[in-house]
Design a binder for this molecule. Sequence first.
Ligand code: UDP
Ligand code: MG
Length: 312
Amino acid sequence: MKKLTIIIPCYNEEEVIRESYRRTKQVMLSLPIPSAIIYINDGSQDKTRFLLNEIADSDPQVKVIHFSRNFGHQPAVTAGINHCTSDFAIIMDADLQDPPELIPQILALQEQEQANVVYCVRKSREGDHFFKRFTARLFYRVMNSMSEIKFPFDTGDFRLIDRKIMNEFGRLKERGKYIRGLISWIGFKQVPFYYKHEARIAGKTKYPFSKMLRFGSNAVLYFSNKPLKLAMSLGFTAVVIGLILATWFTLGKIYGFNKAESGWTSIVSMIVFFGGVQLLTIGVLGQYIGVLFNEIKARPEYIIEEERNFDV
Ligand code: UDP
Ligand code: MG
């Protein structure tokens, strides 16, 4: 019989863990197939660690991985996938924004379509305030116009993946993993499942603007070299403008239609403009060099301090 694992990353989620477990467990008991949970404690500083251990002690179907520090959401999900041995995995957030009650429908859709991935699309985003909704919408549209492969809009990491996907995922060697992008990239049969994204039941988002920015720029840097091409087009445009201006000024000198003394403003603005163009293009280059630097160091994506219930 096939088995399901639910992968849940947690960072400082003491307010939601118990309720999250209660609702997830209730759904698990009603499933037609055996299931387990892997919680990844991503270096929480609050009582998350204690609460997860307590749950694991009372329920052998709950496995827990404790990281040595906070490595981030994507490394936490990666650890969950790497530790999963079952036929299906569902990736979910701890805060119940992705309702566990949808799991039976997701499994049914997988069965019906014989899909390798069921990705959940947010048809409404209850809990998110205007700014998050706006930046997320913008992000997925910009991302799609930049990347060589197309991603479904308005999805998070909430999705079901099967063994085939997990095996291929395990072969991906890059350290800066943009998981929803990589799963799209792997291919096979992927079908959407539409749902209502709920509000967080308690606590606040663990994705402050700085983390969101890092997450977004990582996605762009790993999935697109358009910024590099854009930098080059910018340089090219600057060269063309420079040539036109040089010709214009030279002819002006020869035929006397240009008074050179009056050029102060144009010179200063051009120095600033081209200085800006240069710094910008160097900056773009620098971003990609940063990615190369990180990948070449080849450090592990996460460090595990302790694992619980993996031997049962
Ligand atoms: N999370 C994590 N490590 C982090 C940040 C977040 O494991 O550094 C987890 C968090 O506990 C939650 C999920 O990732 O289960 C999504 O985070 P959150 O709900 O705060 O993000 P939002 O829904 O606001 O985008
Ligand atoms: Mg959330």
